[in-house]
Design a protein. Structure first.
Length: 242
């Protein structure tokens, strides 16, 4: 009923009285069933309720933890335009090949790029800041799959789009781009792989930190999810106290 109410209000644009006129009769029926079954909670109904509460706790912890992590990462973020200007003035040693830096925010400098410059002091001949988006339809048309935007002589921005029913295949789609992405078949993929430590002073209580760290360790590997060959991946990251 709640979902139907949201759909009628936000998607269909119904007025509040019209939405209530449709939803209230269904809520009345639901309340009858709810009242008839409330006494069964003590007779075993508490088991599925407990399981549901546990799942809700996991989801809440993950969402809350990801929000805190996002704030920490954005706190020391550097706009890619500023990085491009800085490197134009003082260019590090250049090496041959193509580097693909995967990031969720293509207007910011990926942390993997910052760590590569800090520790390896090199910049590839061709550098692409790549972001993968999920569009609001099952499948994305081939002509909408990939867009490339040039930032300057050192960097270009890539956006890959997939429908929510599709399995991303980042490397193959980059290869299909042809000459727009030089040497895509042998490109190195740089992925940020941060680690987290618990802290009572940041965001969540310690017990929730422990739970979030466990969830993070068991999260899907982006290398597998994006179908990137492991021998083409370089993971660089930092440690954050959450």
């Amino acid at each position: 009923c709640c979902l139907a109410f949201v759909v009628t209000r936000r998607r269909w644009g119904w007025s509040l009285p019209a939405s209530l006129a449709v939803i209230v009769p269904f809520i009345s029926i639901d309340l009858v069933f709810f009242g008839a079954n409330i006494l069964r909670v003590v007779e075993g109904g508490w088991v599925p309720l407990t399981i549901g509460a546990g799942i809700l706790l996991l989801i809440w912890t993950w969402v809350r933890g990801r929000r805190i992590v996002g704030e920490l990462e954005m706190g020391d973020a550097l706009p890619i335009a500023d990085m491009a200007k800085a490197l134009a003035l003082r260019t590090p040693k250049r090496v041959r090949g193509t580097a693909i830096y995967l990031t969720a925010h293509n207007d910011q400098t990926p942390h993997a790029l910052l760590h590569n410059l800090k520790h390896n002091h090199v910049l590839h001949a061709h550098n692409f800041i790549a972001t993968v988006r999920t569009v609001q339809k099952p499948y994305c048309d081939a002509d909408e799959r990939l867009t490339i935007e040039r930032i300057d002589d050192n960097f270009s921005r890539i956006e890959l789009r997939y429908g929510f029913m599709e399995q991303p295949d980042v490397r193959e789609d980059l290869i299909r781009a042809g000459n727009r992405i030089p040497d895509a078949k042998m490109a190195s993929f740089f992925i940020g792989r941060n680690s987290y430590s618990r802290s009572a002073e940041v965001g969540m209580p310690v017990w929730q930190d422990v739970l979030f760290i466990a969830l993070h360790r068991n999260a899907a590997d982006p290398t597998d999810y994006f179908n990137i060959p492991p021998n083409r991946v370089i993971e660089l990251g930092a440690q954050y106290a959450i």
